[in-house]
Design a protein around this ligand. Structure first.
Ligand SMILES: [Zn+2]
Length: 316
């Protein structure tokens, strides 16, 4: 079963919420857009790998986007596949063009035919994940479980080349579509050796309960002040910031789109980018409402909970 499903990473959610609310002249905007594009590419690649790993969901326990604290460090693992005999780490890599693994120098380069660029060696990355996961399991008094790893190349068009030991790389690195059968082959190989069966569902649950959410303070990273974030409701059709409040909803003066609930996105942007709670006054300012009653009406229908003591609204 799929025990933990991937959602859009919180730093990317924040970038996507902040970018349309900044002035086009905001100095860090190009850097933010570039960062968002890189993160989106990684996220899309992970989703493609999820699609194939899903074939294993009937017989295995799958956890997507595992984020654990081990030995004072945070460890992020794209996917964990648990069987009754072993744990499989699957790391997704999304690259265009040609990638080359050099097994002697332990480096990976990507080439578009003109320029070569170097990247952290994916094999070293998954080996570190294996090491950290192993220590995490032993620190939590869980049985010693064999951990294997794979690197899934999410784009079928990516050409994989090897300098050195092709066979060794071929056992670990493959296009995403091949990973499920590689896991099943490994399972068959180890079936004869394994004595004790593991309760994969139980261990999956223990890992799930220990998972944190990866987050980042993008306001700090890109020097965004609260006043830089422009208030208003964004049109879901054309992206214009500043839909007008009309009877029963919002109307865009550029594309004439009417929306009953466009303000929900604005409230969610506020909770993501400014503070995890919102007061009536802040709601009035951020949605550009002219009446306090309208803010109260909107907040009480937004699915948030009113905290009497602090006189603000929070997510359930
Ligand atoms: Zn519009």
């Amino acid at each position: 079963m799929n025990m933990k499903l991937r959602t859009k990473p919180r730093p990317l959610q924040k970038l996507d919420a902040a970018i349309p609310r900044l002035s086009p002249h905001f100095q860090q905007l190009p850097a933010m857009k570039e960062d968002a594009a890189i993160q989106q590419k990684g996220f899309s690649g992970e989703l493609k790998v999820d699609y194939y790993l899903d074939y294993l969901a009937t017989n295995y326990t799958i956890l997507q986007d595992v984020y654990l604290r081990v030995n004072g460090k945070n460890v992020q693992i794209d996917s964990l596949v648990l069987s009754q005999q072993a744990i499989y780490i699957v790391d997704s890599k999304n690259f265009n063009d040609t990638i080359t693994f050099d097994t002697t120098l332990k480096q990976m380069t990507r080439s578009d035919g003109k320029v070569d660029k170097g990247f952290e060696y994916p094999i070293t990355q998954v080996q570190n994940q294996q090491f950290h996961l192993q220590s995490w399991l032993s620190q939590h008094n869980l049985p010693s479980i064999p951990i294997y790893y794979f690197v899934a190349i999410s784009e079928p068009s990516t050409i994989i080349k090897v300098h050195g030991d092709t066979e060794a790389i071929g056992k670990i690195v493959a296009h995403a579509a091949r990973i499920p059968s590689m896991i099943m082959e490994k399972e068959q190989q180890i079936t004869e050796q394994s004595v004790n069966k593991i309760q994969d569902g139980k261990i999956g649950k223990i890992i799930l309960n220990a998972c944190n959410v990866f987050d980042m303070d993008i306001n700090k990273k890109f020097s965004i002040k609260k006043m830089d974030l422009l208030p208003g409701v964004i049109c879901t059709e054309c992206g214009l910031l500043g839909m007008e409040r009309v009877y029963g909803g919002w109307r865009c003066r550029r594309c004439n789109m009417f929306s009953k609930n466009a303000h929900l996105n604005a409230i969610s942007d506020y909770l993501l980018l400014v503070k995890p709670y919102i007061t009536n006054r802040e709601c009035m300012r951020f949605l550009k409402l002219s009446s306090r009653n309208a803010a109260t009406r909107i907040l009480s229908k937004s699915g948030l909970i009113y905290v009497e003591k602090g006189r603000y609204w929070v997510k359930q």
